[in-house]
Design a protein around this ligand. Sequence first.
Ligand code: IPD
Ligand code: CA
Ligand code: CA
Length: 272
Amino acid sequence: MQRFDRALHQCISLERQRFLDVACATALAAGQLIRDRFHQPHDIHLKGAIDLVTETDLASEALILDRLAKLTPDIPVMAEESSRSLSLRSQPQYWVVDPLDGTTNFAHGVPHIAVSIALLENELPKVGAIYHPLLDELYCASLGGGSWLNEDRVQVTQTPELISALVATGFPYDIEHSLLTVLRHLSRVLPRVRDIRRAGAAALDLAYVACGRLDGFYEINLQPWDTAAGWLLVEEAGGRLSTFDDSPYSPFVPQLLASNNRLHSALVQLLK
Ligand code: IPD
Ligand code: CA
Ligand code: CA
């Protein structure tokens, strides 16, 4: 029995079941590759002043692209390390892949990393899988079929007030341009909540909101591969995503606020 069989049985169609199966199996395979390389020396390159890519990001992406091409040859793939893939946005259906979320953690030996794979149809997520290879935690969701962590269905927290909330955030790689905005948001949120985390993997931040380890998460300038799978996980777990002014979320807009729903308006008041 596979750990995601219960999630598969909740899918509303056989087609969606197949896509969730592909997403989960592929995330597990890429995660195994990452796990095997975690303690090896890394070949680290700079994509920007502080934006890294390692040989393992590239190897994980190659494995994922190869598997998806074999399993779903008609569906194109928007993947972080493949150039021009953002142009796929106009396609009706495509996979969105972060082959290694938390590359800075990985490069420094910090064990907080993930693989993220989602299928978008008309820019909305239909299935999503996020795998933390070092904790061996597989998060997955299908539209209408709930959010799952390994064999268990998960829900967001019921935390009703900010002062009891643990909230995560992240800092964009272009921090020299966005520092004042980041500090303004932090200075408004930090004094009002129990504490803030900056753990360094946005896909896991969203998975943690979905499974109730965090009450909320916000960040600017994320990319579709950071958020597509986590978006579905949070919503299927009863949570909510929006922009900072509470407009509908899209992975192509530069603001993401995710919450357990109950805290959403209070967080919007701080961030808008
Ligand atoms: C990054 C991580 C980080 C977030 C950055 C992302 P990467 O993804 O998710 O937490 O703050 O904005 O780009 O580069 O490690 O895949
Ligand atoms: Ca990422
Ligand atoms: Ca990445």
